[in-house]
Design a protein around this ligand. Structure first.
Ligand SMILES: NC(=O)c1ccc[n+]([C@@H]2O[C@H](COP(=O)([O-])OP(=O)(O)OC[C@H]3O[C@@H](n4cnc5c(N)ncnc54)[C@H](OP(=O)(O)O)[C@@H]3O)[C@@H](O)[C@H]2O)c1
Length: 284
């Protein structure tokens, strides 16, 4: 299994269990594989149960970890109850909220409103429910981590993917706010901004995606995110995306988030704590 001291440190901080939401393929599967290599037990959540079962069996055999499969729809009304049933007896020290890509692009009014509401459920309601349920216990324990996958699409609105852009902005801002609130309580929170990445769902839903310039590999997104967790509120996958994001967010985020929290604390007469971190950490 070849684990080292860094893996022990990682497990002590973010173990013994991690929940990966959207674990059956793509970037989420790569998170699951990377976490299993570190010896973290896994709750694997997605809709396609056979894929989860195969992945779980492989990771148990290869890495000697424990696994639990949680077949569930992240947009379902029963999501919170199903996550509670699957995790209440576990110490989940890491949440990876991965699922959330948009498949296809069309004008806002040419799609049924249910499509937009589905993205709101997947990218807003789901992250809030899981962060609330699992993050509260991390805060009580004084350790843990939460990663929220977002996108370069979070940085500006775009025709044809209006709701996707807006919901990914929600994930970015949610992660920044929770980073500020939970860092002093020992819980690391980070938004992961991914750009175009070679995943099955994108390749299937977009003919020609394979030729998009600068496609990243999903393994690199997952590995980089785990390596940078705890360094700052936002990590951007890949040098080219990072430079673009820096240009699109020229005002440093950490002073902005601190300033916003200071103003909110003043308005509501609540305590304010200045939180330090690294802007655009670059460990790929
Ligand atoms: N790939 C890219 O080019 C790209 C670019 C920027 C950002 N991102 C972000 O990276 C993340 C991962 O993207 P991805 O390309 O790997 O595709 P994705 O479709 O977001 O994720 C695929 C995984 O999520 C699961 N999933 C999707 N909808 C679900 C639902 N309603 N309930 C439960 N599980 C669900 C899928 O499994 P089941 O089908 O088995 O449920 C699969 O395991 C997303 O948040 C996306 O916004 C991706």
């Amino acid at each position: 299994m070849g684990r080292d001291e860094r893996d022990d440190d990682f497990r002590a901080r973010y173990g013994p269990w991690a929940l990966v939401a959207g674990a059956s393929d793509g970037i989420g599967e790569c998170f699951a594989r990377a976490l299993a290599r570190r010896g973290t037990n896994l709750v694997l959540l997605a809709r396609r149960e056979p894929l989860l079962a195969d992945l779980a069996a492989e990771l148990r055999a290869r890495h000697g970890i424990e696994t639990r499969c949680l077949p569930a729809d992240l947009t379902g009304d029963d999501l919170d109850r199903r996550v509670a049933d699957a995790t209440d007896d576990l110490e989940v020290g890491l949440l990876v909220y991965n699922a959330g890509a948009v498949h296809g692009a069309r004008p806002f009014h040419d799609q049924p409103v249910e499509h937009a509401l589905g993205l709101v459920a997947l990218n807003c309601r789901g992250p809030v429910l899981l962060a609330h349920r699992l993050g509260r216990r991390m805060r009580d324990r004084g350790r843990g981590g939460m990663l929220f996958l977002t996108s370069m699409a979070a940085l500006a609105g775009s025709s044809y993917t209006a709701t996707y852009c807006a919901t990914k902005s929600f994930d970015l801002v949610l992660a920044e706010a929770l980073w500020h609130e939970l860092t002093p309580r020992g819980v690391d929170v980070m938004a992961v901004i991914a750009g175009a990445t070679r995943t099955p769902s994108m390749l299937t839903s977009n003919p020609g995606f394979e030729d998009y310039p600068g496609l990243m590999e999903p393994e690199d997104v997952a590995a980089g995110a785990l390596a940078n967790l705890g360094r700052g509120p936002v990590w951007v996958a890949g040098k080219a995306n990072r430079e673009t994001a820096k240009g699109m967010m020229p005002v440093p985020r950490i002073p902005l988030v601190n300033g916003m929290a200071r103003a909110t604390a003043a308005i509501y007469d609540l305590p304010f704590v200045e939180v330090a971190g690294e802007e655009f950490p670059e460990l790929d």
